[in-house]
Each structure stands twice: as structure tokens, then as C-alpha cells.
Design a protein around this ligand. Sequence first.
Ligand code: KPL
Length: 314
Amino acid sequence: MHVLILGAGALGSLLGARLSRTDARVTLLSTNRQHIEAIRRKGLLVDELDGTQQRFELVSHYDPAAITEPADLVIVLVKLYDTLQAVPTVASCCHSKTFFLTLQNGIGNWERIASLVGIEGVLVGSTAQGSTLVEPGRVRHGGNGLTYVGEPQGPPSERVYGVVDLFRKARLQTEASDRMEQLIWEKLHVNVGINAITALANIRNGLVADVPTARDLCTRAVREAMEVAAAKGFVIQKDMVERVLNVARATAVNRSSMGQDVDRKKRTEIDGINGAIVELGRRLGLTLPVNETLTQLVKTLEAGYLQPPPPQTE
Ligand code: KPL
């Protein structure tokens, strides 16, 4: 099986390294040229949780046109706002049975991919693995967490079990699920409770659980998301706050993906995470002050580095 990682950043590179332990052939694709060039020069370095460093030889490209072998499975890990633009770039790397597995943060991703390749071409996943891009060509595994894979709707198919098998061979703890929509929403709560706070406070995930003020903010942000989820008919476990804090503990040394975006002065996924909760809440007539404030603060922070500075006047 040929697995193509579309969006091989921190998490995509880590998954690529793990999958290269199996008999699958793995190709990394990323627009981050420096990262790809570093992997080509010296392999992908992974700082493991036990303090060791492993090196993985991985085929890696920044230009999809350079990929000659069609992919059987494309794992989509581009930023949610890049999905519609990124998926068509790999059309030439696909055959008629290629399928896409989204492991992205946020909601609406499988629908976006399905709008391009059809629902039969898409699998949905969620993962609580943590990974940080330390420098080009080097990632740090930031913590283990369960990965779920399923069909967008209905029970797991043969294809789903095939992916679960592959991930397990890669020693990634993985389960098939027939309730992916629910799990995507649970993962959304994780991101709502961890990402913006870590990005704004310049901290790693663990401090969200350890520092009382951060824990309090996280609790309130997650409770607001639970209100929205309940209003939309999702059955979110009562202990969701504790689950989110447990992910923060399990990925304590990780810098959240939003934190890494801010560190690199990149656009964040705030609109698809806390911003999505605020927007859905607004349509439901709910006021969600904590998520609104977190969203506005992250957008202000982003504007500070994304917008060009005003012209200097004498
Ligand atoms: O999904 C993540 C992210 O950073 O986006 C978690 C699981 C919180 C790991 O950092």
C-alpha cells in the first residue's frame, strides 16, 4: 500500500515515521520546502518520549508533480482552511480507488473533501497524538493518544478495518468507530479547551491542567462548547472537561498546533475551533463569552503578525 501524507507538518511527519515501520510505502508531501529538504538531506529525526532520537528515511516532496507512484490512501493533515485548495493538488497522484482519510482538527473537513472526491472516497478520523515541529526535519513526539477511524456515516467498512490494522502495525493505538461525528465533536472540545489558551499564554499543553487560572479558562471554554453540542443534539459525556484535561496531561510536553502556528507567525485554525463554536452558538441564540474572548484575542494576535506594518511617516 502506498500512503501519501498530504500536509506533512508536525503530526503528519510523525505519522509518516510511524507508518514507515509497516510494509506500507510512505510519501510525505508538504509545502514547507525547508522541512522537506532537511528530511532529504538527513532523514526525519523524531525526538521520542523516552528521550531517544530516531531517524527515519522517508520519501518526501514539496511538489505533488514529482510523485510518480499513485497513492492508495491519502492522509489529509493540512490546515482546515487549506483543505479545498490542497486536495485537488494531489489528483494526479490518485487512482480510481484512492481514498482520503482526514485526521484534521475542527469540523466540516470530511464534508469539504467529499465535495471534491465524493463521499465514497473519504474516511474520517480523529487523533489525540501530539507532535511538535522543533526545526526543519525534526519533530518531537509530544504524547500518545487514541486514534479513531470510521466511515463518515454508518458502520466501519473493510477499508476502515484495513486502516486500523495498518495503524496498529505502526504501533499507534487505533480503534474503528461507527460514531465518528460524535468523536469529531469530542476532539473539537479538546482543541477548544487547549489550543487557544496555549497559543495566547505561550505555554505547553501540560500547564493547561496544572495552572489553576488556565484550568479554569479551559473548563469554562469546554462547558460552553458542551452547551452548543447539546443544543445540536450531540451526546457529550458529562466528564468532557476532565477528558480534555487528561489530553493536556497526556500531551504535557507538546506545544499545541495553534501554539506552533503562533510561534511561526502563521495563520491559526481559530475560526474552525473556538470561532466555530461561537458562530454555531450565535445561530442557536447562545452567548459564549469565553470562546468569544479567546477567538478575538487569537485573531488580534494573528493580525499583529499577519498584517503588514503601517507605512512609516516622517
Ligand atoms: O490536537 C491537538 C493540537 O495541538 O491541535 C492536541 C491533541 C491538543 C495536541 O496538542
